[in-house]
Design a protein around this ligand. Structure first.
Ligand code: SF4
Length: 208
C-alpha cells in the first residue's frame, strides 16, 4: 500500500519538476527570489558543520541513538522542496523519487542514505533541529557560538514565519497561481499559520 506521506511528497516533487520543465524561464526567476534564503542556509550549514559535525556523527550515525532522522518524522514545507529542486540535478531528484516509491521498512527517515541526507538543501526543520545533548556539548562554555545560534534561529523567521511577507509564502503563492496545489503548502493550509498571517494583516501574496 502506498504510504500517504510518501505520496504527497512524491506528488509535490513531481509537480515542481514538471512546472520547471514546462516553464524553464521560471528557474532563473525563482533562483533570484531564493538567493538570500539560500545564502542564509549556507551560513547555517557552515556554522552547524563547524560546531556539530563531530557530535552528530557520533550520536546519529555511530550509536544510532538520535531521533533526528527518525522514520517519517520529517516535516517538509512546500518551499523546502521547491528550493531543493531548484538547486539539484536530475539524478539527485530521481534518487528522491526512487526512495519515495520504495517501501520504507527501516527505523529511519526515507531520505537518509548511506552517506547522509539525500537532499542537497535539507528541510529547514531538519537543519535547525538540534537535540539537547548536542546543544550542551557544543555550547557549554562557548557563549559566542550559543549567541550566533540564537541569531540564526531569529534569521530563520525572516524566511519562514508568516507574521511578515516571507519567501516560504511567496513560493506557495507562485505555484498556486501556476495551478499547482500541494498539501505541503502549510502557509496556505495550516489553520495555525493562517491565524498568524491574519493577525499580522498579511494576505496571501499576489504572485510577483
Ligand atoms: S530529510 Fe534528511 S535531514 Fe531530514 S530527517 Fe530525513 S534524512 Fe534526516
Amino acid at each position: 500500500m502506498v504510504n500517504p506521506y510518501h505520496l504527497e511528497q512524491r506528488q509535490t516533487l513531481d509537480a515542481i519538476r514538471d512546472h520547471l520543465s514546462t516553464a524553464p524561464e521560471d528557474r532563473d526567476r525563482l533562483l533570484e527570489w531564493t538567493a538570500s534564503y539560500r545564502a542564509f542556509r549556507a551560513e547555517a550549514s557552515d556554522f552547524l558543520a563547524r560546531h556539530f559535525q563531530e557530535i552528530c556523527t557520533e550520536k546519529c550515525f555511530r550509536s544510532r541513538l538520535s531521533a533526528c532522522c527518525s522514520r517519517e518524522g520529517v516535516i517538509t514545507f512546500f518551499a523546502d522542496m521547491a528550493v531543493n529542486v531548484l538547486v539539484s540535478d536530475d539524478p539527485e531528484l530521481d534518487a528522491l523519487s526512487a526512495v519515495l516509491d520504495a517501501p520504507n521498512e527501516g527505523f529511519k527517515c526515507v531520505y537518509l542514505g548511506d552517506r547522509g541526507c539525500l537532499w542537497r538543501i535539507k528541510p529547514i526543520v531538519c537543519e535547525m533541529f538540534l537535540c539537547d545533548a548536542a546543544l550542551s556539548a557544543a555550547f557549554d562554555g562557548n557563549p559566542d557560538a550559543s549567541a550566533r545560534w540564537e541569531a540564526l534561529k531569529e534569521e530563520r523567521k525572516r524566511y519562514t514565519w508568516p507574521d511578515r511577507p516571507v519567501i516560504f509564502d511567496d513560493l506557495e503563492a507562485h505555484f498556486l497561481a501556476a495551478g499547482h496545489a500541494s498539501p505541503l503548502m502549510y502557509l496556505h493550509n495550516s489553520p495555525g499559520l493562517l491565524r498568524v498571517k491574519q493577525k499580522a494583516g498579511i494576505s496571501s501574496p499576489v504572485d510577483r
